[in-house]
Ligand binder design. Structure first.
Ligand code: ADP
Ligand code: MG
Length: 219
């Protein structure tokens, strides 16, 4: 599902440098990503999602060589095939919760908004325990509630690949396990793949495999 080969990445500014000789994730695998703060975990997810492109090397997701596509192809691919739960959520304050969840369907023709999708959005919101928050705006939600909105939005199109950047980071322990189970259920149900950054040592055992950034650190 994901193949990274001989990756070299630098931001235009600063001296951060990421080298990944080889990383493969099989379809259906649930992989946890760990590593110190600032080691490049978020950068890796952005590379896989085609938000960033590597200076060298190739990144293939679901048979598409993401790293060599143009901006609009990468964007459409990302919206239709990847559910990205951002570390900072990326919610839009001028939209209410329901419209935030539906937003991917309004920004690309590749996704079609219909009543089945609206119902699915309501169902996801119910599973995440935010049904009573659907008409609120993100600014009036707690951190954990915003996180759950971001998860609903990411899961709505049934993506083949889910990228989660500390998706359970700000939840209480009970909710943490519950949300992770929902993510895992969705992954299993749709035969999707999960790449999830986490700091929760106690959740690591639930992944099929753990990738440690410590292995790629250079100075
Ligand atoms: P992590 O998610 O593991 O905490 P990141 O991938 O966010 O780490 O960041 C890795 C490094 O890249 C950090 O040193 C960070 O300061 C730097 N960095 C992140 N974004 C940018 C940017 N847009 N420009 C320059 N440096 C960046
Ligand atoms: Mg990060």
């Amino acid at each position: 599902m994901i193949n990274l080969t001989d990756i070299n990445f630098r931001y235009p500014k600063g001296d951060f440098h990421l080298s990944i000789p080889d990383l493969s994730v099989t379809a259906g695998e649930k992989v946890g990503v760990i590593g110190p703060s600032g080691s490049g975990k978020t950068t890796l997810l952005n590379l896989v999602a085609g938000i960033l492109t590597p200076g060298r090397g190739s990144i293939t997701v679901d048979d598409l060589e993401v790293s060599s596509q143009n901006d609009s192809t990468r964007r459409d691919f990302r919206i239709t095939s990847i559910g990205f739960i951002f570390q900072d959520f990326g919610l839009l304050d001028y939209l209410d919760v329901k419209d935030n969840i539906l937003h991917p369907y309004r920004i690309t023709r590749a996704l079609k908004l219909n009543s089945a999708i609206r119902n699915r959005a309501d169902l996801l919101a119910e599973q995440m325990g935010i049904t009573d928050k659907l008409r609120r705006h993100p600014a009036d939600l707690s951190h954990g509630e915003r996180q759950r909105v971001a998860i609903c939005r990411a899961l709505l199109p049934d993506p083949k690949l889910i990228l989660a950047d500390e998706a359970t980071g700000n939840l209480d322990p009970k909710n943490k396990v519950h949300i992770l189970e929902l993510l895992f259920e969705s992954v299993d149900h749709h035969n999707a793949t999960l790449l999830a950054v986490t700091h929760d040592q106690e959740l690591l055992g639930r992944f099929d495999r753990v990738v440690d950034f410590q292995n790629w650190l250079t100075d």
